[in-house]
Design a protein around this ligand. Sequence first.
Ligand code: NAD
Length: 540
Amino acid sequence: MNHERAHEPAGVGTSDVRDPDTDPTASYALDPGYVRSLTAQVLASGGTSVTTYCPFTGQPLGAVPQSSAADVEEAFARARRAQEIWARTSLQERAAVLLRLHDLVLDRQQEIIDLICWESGKARKHAFDEPMHIALTARYYARTGREHLGTRRHAGVVPGLTRVEVNRVPKGVVGIISPWNYPFTMALCDGLPALMAGNAVVAKPDAQTMLSALLGRRLLLEAGFPEDLWQVVAGPGSVIGTEIIKRADYVCFTGSTATGRLIARQCAERLIGCSLELGGKNPFLVLRDADLDRAAEGAVRASFSNAGQLCVSMERMFVADQVYDRFVDKFVARTRAMTLRAGLDWGSDMGSLISQEQLDTVVDHVEDAVAKGARVLTGGRARPDLGPYFYEPTILEGVTPDMTCFGHETFGPVISLYRFGDESDALARANEGEYGLNAAIYTRDGARGRALARQVKCGTVNVNEAFGATFGSIDSPMGGMRESGLGRRQGAEGIHRYTESQSVATQRLIRFAPMLGMSEETYAKVMTGNLRLMNRLGRK
Ligand code: NAD
């Protein structure tokens, strides 16, 4: 494996890599003025802060001010005032701001990607997915706002006499709680349809990746969204997340299934809606007629994008007996050829895990599997020589149900291979467990792939692609079945969740009561006749 420790960081960073904790003349990895301009956006009044660190090197990146419950209260007050004005803007006006954001994230992608790499430790090519996803989302909701939000005519109970319109009314202030793994897009992408629908947002990004989320807010303002429409607060999820849920009109959460459950309970108590984008143990199927080179290339991206810290990445691979050996040779060879290194250049195929906690989980899962008899085909080692949290891309064989990584999400660069004889057996095993987020099926027969997909209990299924085909297709919903989530981001569902539908019916001439001296009994007979007629006419 081609693993290097290299690189001179560029862009928003400085070239001084001394540690300020031990060297009083040393600077942070990032320009302190740049960091302060970002952190100044956090609504925090107490004077406490938490330092964040770069996973590549362990260097401090900046001090993020911490919000209190009173700060969250103030964030909601500001957001509510801004939302009342914003809700009166036209859909056209909102769309124009989103389209400016589209261009801005493409123009400023180097700055965005540099900061994501510094903060998350991921490889540049995986960081690029983030501004790309925001551009796709911004353009989609700008161009479809009228289709999803415009007042629509619906069929009335009495054709011609009952005129029905359905309005889409914004919920108000949406709370967004987001994770660290895709820190720019996960902090922003769900908020764009919320803004398009006329809401304001109070966001609490993960503590480890506040800076990327704050750059996102800055770009929203630069694009032209009003100052107070998007508030950012910081602090521990269990404290500040809870303060948000107490006040929000709707909560959008992305993170682990365990936290998702807690959030759903709190939202239920307040009778507010929530969408939950949660974990997975995603299956990748290689059928016997698959293009094996294509499948092996896809398998690398499916398993090791962002070092496997991706909700839709694959952790279980089911391969047809007839092609198993040839596929595995190709997959292992491609994995061994990956370049692992810290740095901001395009040359790295995989970066670091984000934290010691993530590294510990990966080490535990692999050690447990090996101790119980699994075989490591490649990888299986931490790489402290590359950076404190590096771990090699790892392929396991012989994983059995008693091993932790059989059914639990690792959220790291570890994939288990399984053989299958017939496809119904592969499907049954792919559908085992409680998760249901994403799946991939490789086959030369697209129709067969789509037919099998209908039997997979996952919210997204990619045929001949790892995850990008569904994730990038913003017109279609994305989310999890079973314990992988509730609700959907993207598409019509991704914006309708932030609205209340309101039906307005205007009645002409007749009323829904006996008229012209008619008795109740006659009225009932007339209405019964009408119902029978409507059915005969094929009306809905
Ligand atoms: P996590 O649940 O620990 O944290 C996610 C967010 O929730 C953070 O902002 C955190 O501060 C906050 N939080 C934590 N406890 C909270 C509480 N009690 N109340 C309110 N907020 C709280 O998740 P994580 O480990 O940081 O993220 C990784 C997980 O996220 C993985 O399971 C991954 O599969 C999942 N994920 C899912 C998607 C998706 O789209 N389905 C996308 C990315 C990540």
